[in-house]
Ligand binder design. Structure first.
Ligand SMILES: NC(=O)c1ccc[n+]([C@@H]2O[C@H](COP(=O)([O-])OP(=O)(O)OC[C@H]3O[C@@H](n4cnc5c(N)ncnc54)[C@H](O)[C@@H]3O)[C@@H](O)[C@H]2O)c1
Ligand SMILES: [Zn+2]
Length: 646
C-alpha cells in the first residue's frame, strides 16, 4: 500500500466510523470495517513515521456531533483489543504477564453507558463518545427501569456497562419501523445505541433496554480484584448475567469460551464475544493502556453473524396458499458456520421499502434460528449496474396469470404444482403430522417422480415406490414407511393444523380439538366465533373450508387414527381458571410451562393486566414483571410455581 492509498483508507474508515457512531446507520458491516482496520494496522506497523493522527487505530471514535449536550467523563473510557483465536489469546496473556486468575464475562453487543452516582443518587448518564467526552443522555437513562436511580453506596462513583436490546425486541422494533416506512436498524447494537440517543425520551422508554454493568470509572473503592469490584457493584441492584466467572488459567478460559459460544443462540441478547481480563487490579494498573485500549483485557471475538454480500437475483416461491414469496439469491457468505445463499424478502412491499435492486450490496444478519434477513441496502455503493426487481405477472410454476393484491401477489390455480407440493410438505412437517424422515427434499423427490400427487397418497406409499429412486436403501425405506405408519396415530390438533386452513394455526387447532373433539368440522359460524380467541374471520374461514372439504376430512378419518387430547383438569387444581403471564428466561422453554398450566386448568396470556392472577418470571424478566408489580399482580418464580401446583 502506498501512503496515498493508506490516507484514502484512513478517510474511508473515518467516514464509516462517523456513520456508525454518530448516526447509528453503518455504511459497512463490522466485518468489512474490521478488515479495513487490519489493513491500516499492517501499513502502520511497517511505516511507523507515517501513522496518521486521524487513523481510527489512534482513537476510540471521532468526536461525536449531535444535538446532545456534552459530558466529560471523570475518568476516560476505552475501546477494547480483539483476539480471534487461541494463539492470539495466549499472545495477549503473555504480554499481560498473566497466567492465572482471569475474569471472564459475555461481551454483549450494545452501547456503552457511563453512569455517575453521587450521595447514592443517579446524577447523569453519558455515551462513551470519543472516550473523554460523551453525550448527555441523562433524561433517557432515567427512562430505563432496570437502572437504579438510587443506590446504597454514597461515595462518588462512575458505573459503566452495556445497554442492550433483546433479540425479540429488535425484531419487533424493525417490524414496526418497516410498517412506518422508516429505515431498519442494521443490528441490535445500532438499535440499542439509536434508542439511547433519542431526543424523545418516550421512545427510549418504549424500547425495553437493559443495562448490564461491566466496570467502574472514577471511584474510591478499595478492592484488590476486579471480580470483587463487580460483585459489589452488581449487589447494588443492577441486572446480573449468570455467565460471569473466574478462570484459574487459560485452558479454563478456552473451555468457557466454547461453553459461552454454545449458548449464543439461547441468550436473549446478542453477544459478539467473551471479555477476558486480568483480575488482579495491581497488575492491571501496572499494565496500563495504549492510546486506544487497556492492556489488561481483550475481547475474544465470536464469528460474525452479520456480513455484507451481494444480491444477485430473486427467486419466486409459490406457497401452499398460492402467495408468491420473493427470495433473495445472495452471493454465498458464511455466517458463523452456516453458508447463507438466500434470504427471504417477505413480499413485494418489502422490496419497495428496502429499495433493493439486483446487484446491490446488502447486509445480512442471522440471529438464533431465525432465517437470514437483509437488514440494510448499501445504496451509497451503487455503480450503475443495478436493476429493479419487477413484480411478476405470471406464476413461475404454472404460468397462470397472477392476482396482484398490492402487498401480496397470488397464484389462483388450485392445481398449481408448487401449491400442492408445499401443502404436502406442510402436512408432514414438525408442527403437523411430524413424519420423521419425510423431509422437504424427499417429499419433493416423491412428488417430482409422480409417486405422490396428493396428501392422501403418502399413506399408500409402498416399498416398491422407493426402490427405483436414487439413494434409497432397504433400511432408509423401511424407516420412512414405519414413520408414516406411526404417524397415522396422531393428535387431532396436529391434523387440523396440517390442513393449512387460512387463519387457523396451532393454537386455534388446539382450541377446536379440545372444544369439539372429532366433531370440530361440523360446527356452525356462531359456535366457532364464540370460541375464546376466535374472530369472525377465523369462523368464516372454518365454515368455508369445512363445507368444501367435508368428504375429504371424512376420508382422512379413515386413514388416520386421531387422538383427542382431553385436558385432564383436576377439580381440586389450585390454579383452575387462573390467568398466568410468563416472562423472562426459565429453566425450560416457555411452552413447557404453558402446557403444564393449561393441563391444570389455568390460562396463559401474553400481556399483564389487572385480570392477571400470576406472573411467572425467570431471569432477565423485564417490562412485564415491572408492570405486574405496578398493578400489584402476584409475581412468582419457578420454585414458587412448583410449590403452587404441588
Ligand atoms: N460497521 C462499521 O462501519 C463500524 C464502524 C466502527 C466500528 N465498528 C465496530 O465496532 C467495534 C469496535 O468498536 P469499539 O471500539 O467500540 O469496540 P468494541 O465495541 O468492540 O469493544 C469495546 C466496548 O465493548 C463494550 N463491552 C461489552 N461488554 C463488555 C464487558 N464485559 N467489559 C467491557 N466492555 C464491554 C464496551 O461498551 C466497550 O466500549 C468493532 O466490532 C467494529 O467492527 C463498525
Ligand atoms: Zn401457479
Amino acid at each position: 500500500m502506498t501512503k496515498e492509498e493508506y490516507l484514502r483508507k484512513v478517510a474511508l474508515a473515518n467516514e464509516w466510523m462517523r456513520a456508525y457512531y454518530e448516526k447509528d446507520e453503518p455504511l459497512a458491516s463490522d466485518e468489512e470495517y474490521d478488515a479495513l482496520i487490519r489493513e491500516l494496522r499492517a501499513f502502520e506497523s511497517q511505516n511507523e513515521n507515517d501513522i496518521s493522527p486521524n487513523s481510527p487505530t489512534q482513537k476510540i471514535a471521532p468526536t461525536i456531533q449531535s444535538e446532545f449536550k456534552k459530558i466529560t467523563h471523570l475518568s476516560r473510557m476505552w475501546s477494547m483489543e480483539d483476539v480471534f483465536d487461541e494463539e492470539e489469546l495466549r499472545a495477549w496473556a503473555k504480554r499481560a504477564k498473566c497466567e492465572n486468575n482471569f475474569f471472564i464475562e459475555p461481551k454483549f453487543d450494545g452501547a456503552s453507558l457511563n453512569l455517575l452516582y453521587e450521595n447514592g443518587k443517579l446524577i447523569s448518564g453519558a455515551t462513551r463518545g470519543d472516550g473523554e467526552v460523551g453525550e448527555d443522555i441523562t433524561l433517557n437513562v432515567f427512562e430505563i427501569d432496570n437502572i437504579p436511580k438510587t443506590i446504597s453506596y454514597k461515595e462518588k462513583i462512575e458505573i459503566r456497562g452495556e445497554v442492550v436490546i433483546l433479540k425479540d425486541d429488535f425484531e419487533k422494533i424493525n417490524e414496526k419501523r418497516a410498517q412506518l416506512n422508516q429505515s431498519l436498524f442494521a443490528n441490535p447494537r445500532n438499535a440499542a445505541s439509536g434508542s439511547l440517543r433519542q431526543l424523545d425520551t418516550r421512545i427510549t422508554k418504549e424500547r425495553n433496554l437493559k443495562f448490564y454493568p461491566w466496570g467502574v470509572g472514577e471511584n474510591s473503592l478499595n478492592f484488590k480484584k476486579h471480580s470483587e469490584v463487580m460483585n459489589f457493584i452488581r449487589e447494588l441492584g443492577f441486572l446480573k448475567d449468570d455467565f460471569v466467572k473466574l478462570c484459574k488459567d487459560l485452558d479454563e478460559v478456552l473451555l468457557s469460551y466454547k461453553e459461552l459460544l454454545s449458548l449464543r443462540d439461547q441468550k436473549p441478547m446478542m453477544m459478539d464475544g467473551m471479555v477476558v481480563r486480568v483480575d488482579d487490579l495491581a497488575l492491571c494498573k501496572e499494565l496500563g493502556y495504549t492510546v486506544k485500549f487497556p492492556k489488561f483485557m481483550v475481547a475474544f471475538k465470536f464469528p460474525a453473524l452479520e456480513k455484507t454480500t451481494r444480491l444477485i437475483g430473486v427467486n419466486l416461491q409459490v406457497g401452499r396458499s398460492g402467495v408468491i414469496t420473493p427470495v433473495a439469491v445472495l452471493e454465498p457468505v458464511n455466517l458463523d458456520g452456516v453458508v447463507v445463499k438466500s434470504a427471504t424478502l417477505h413480499n413485494f412491499d418489502e422490496i419497495e421499502r428496502l429499495d433493493v435492486k439486483i446487484n446491490d450490496f446488502v447486509s445480512v444478519i442471522r440471529s438464533g434460528d431465525v432465517i437470514p434477513k437483509i437488514t440494510k441496502v448499501f445504496k451509497e455503493r451503487r455503480d450503475g449496474l443495478e436493476f429493479d426487481i419487477l413484480r411478476p405477472k405470471f406464476c413461475p410454476t404454472c404460468q397462470s396469470e397472477l392476482l396482484d393484491e398490492g402487498t401480496l401477489i397470488k397464484c389462483q390455480n388450485i392445481d398449481c404444482t408448487d401449491r400442492l407440493l408445499n401443502s404436502i410438505i406442510h402436512f408432514v412437517s414438525k408442527k403437523c403430522l411430524n413424519i420423521d424422515g419425510l423431509g422437504e427434499n424427499i417429499v419433493e423427490l416423491l412428488y417430482k417422480n409422480k409417486k405422490i400427487s396428493t396428501i392422501e397418497n403418502i399413506f399408500s406409499l409402498k416399498y416398491e415406490d422407493f426402490e427405483d429412486l436414487e439413494g434409497f436403501k432397504e433400511k432408509k425405506i423401511n424407516n420412512i414407511l414405519n414413520a408414516i405408519e406411526n404417524a397415522r396415530e396422531c393428535e387431532l390438533f396436529r391434523f387440523i393444523t396440517a390442513l393449512g386452513i387460512e387463519h387457523i394455526g396451532e393454537v386455534a387447532a388446539k382450541k377446536l380439538s379440545s372444544s369439539f373433539g372429532l366433531d370440530w368440522h361440523k360446527q356452525n359460524f356462531e359456535s366457532y366465533a364464540n370460541l375464546e380467541g376466535f374472530g369472525e374471520q377465523m369462523a368464516a374461514s372454518l365454515c368455508e373450508f369445512t363445507r368444501v372439504n367435508e368428504s375429504r376430512i371424512c376420508e382422512f378419518y379413515h386413514i388416520l387414527k386421531l387422538k383427542v387430547e382431553r385436558l385432564e383438569i383436576k377439580s381440586d387444581s389450585s390454579i383452575l381458571g387462573k390467568t398466568f403471564v410468563i416472562t423472562g428466561t426459565l429453566s425450560k422453554p416457555r411452552d413447557h410451562f404453558k402446557t403444564l398450566i393449561e393441563k391444570l386448568g389455568g390460562k396463559v396470556s401474553g400481556s399483564v393486566s389487572k385480570k392477571t392472577d400470576f406472573v411467572l418470571f425467570g431471569e432477565e424478566a423485564g417490562s412485564k414483571l415491572n408492570k405486574a408489580k405496578e398493578l400489584g399482580v402476584k409475581c412468582i418464580n419457578e420454585s414458587d410455581f412448583q410449590e403452587l401446583i404441588k
